[in-house]
Design a protein around this ligand. Structure first.
Ligand SMILES: Nc1ncnc2c1ncn2[C@@H]1O[C@H](COP(=O)(O)OP(=O)(O)OP(=O)(O)O)[C@@H](O)[C@H]1O
Length: 239
């Protein structure tokens, strides 16, 4: 199976502190990949380096065979990114943000359909600042999907969502995967990872502890679920 994302020997330091240390990974096309780790493990830095928004100290990255730093414009059409909610311009209504984002793409999605799938249709005229945290989070995911990307990056996918909303998001991602979208996500919810991810990688202090399918991680840690596996991995290997 072809790879959508390849990372080899990625290292990134800030002021002498190594945030990501010699990380290598491959994400197969049409799969969901989960990057896990404790707070400060290096997940967001990894995504920033993969997207080219941070310059790695060393390492090679390709998305859909391209160097993201050198092919930014070309990749923009094919890669969706979940931006942090505080990046929203104040005073804009949800509908206006959707329309603006829609206008940026050659082949945008029907955002009203997705708004309905997320149960947000009745809120389209509400200012983003007046939405609940969970509603804003769903909006961020919708915006990442807007250009009908081939690859989508979702950092802290369902943080702030209630259990029902999390399942709505899961269903959306499963449908996206069925249509041939590759998804790279980070999450602190191990049930989410078990349900969604084809493969995962656990980081501790910027270094890879383990990678593989959920079953492989459970087998190598001798645990019954990802919660136990995660705690075993993070607590068991003090560095
Ligand atoms: N711009 C920056 N300048 C200095 N240090 C940074 C910067 N960005 C990240 N770091 C440091 O790099 C390390 C990894 O941070 P990162 O945000 O990648 O972790 P994370 O795994 O995404 O954490 P969380 O789960 O809390 O979001 C941390 O020690 C963090 O303080």
């Amino acid at each position: 199976m072809e790879n959508a994302i390849e990372v080899s020997g990625l290292t990134k330091s800030f002021d002498g502190h190594t945030a990501v240390n010699h990380l290598s990974l491959k994400v197969k096309k049409d799969t969901i990949f989960g990057l896990l780790g404790h707070n400060g493990a290096g997940k967001s830095t990894t995504i920033d380096c993969i997207l080219g928004t941070q310059k790695p100290d060393t390492g090679e990255v390709t998305i859909l065979g391209c160097d993201p730093a050198a092919n930014r414009k070309q990749l923009f059409e094919k890669v969706g990114v979940q931006f942090q909610e505080n990046a929203f311009q104040k005073g804009l209504k949800m509908k206006e943000i959707c329309e603006i984002t829609h206008s940026l793409y050659k082949h945008p999605m029907n955002w009203r359909e997705q708004l309905q799938a997320f149960g947000l249709s009745h809120r389209e005229k509400v200012k983003v600042t007046e939405l609940s945290g969970g509603e804003r989070q769903k909006l961020c995911i919708l915006l990442a999907m807007m250009g009908q990307p081939e690859v989508i990056f979702l950092d802290e996918l369902t943080t702030g969502l209630d259990p029902l909303a999390r399942r709505e998001v899961w269903r959306t991602l499963e449908k996206l995967k069925e249509t041939g979208v590759t998804i790279f996500l980070t999450s602190h919810f191990m049930d989410e990872v078990e349900n969604l991810c084809d493969e995962l990688l656990v980081l501790k202090n910027g270094q890879t502890l383990v990678s593989g399918t959920v079953q492989e991680v459970l087998a190598c840690t001798g645990t019954k679920n990802m919660d136990e596996a995660f705690i075993h991995l993070i607590e068991g290997d003090v560095q």
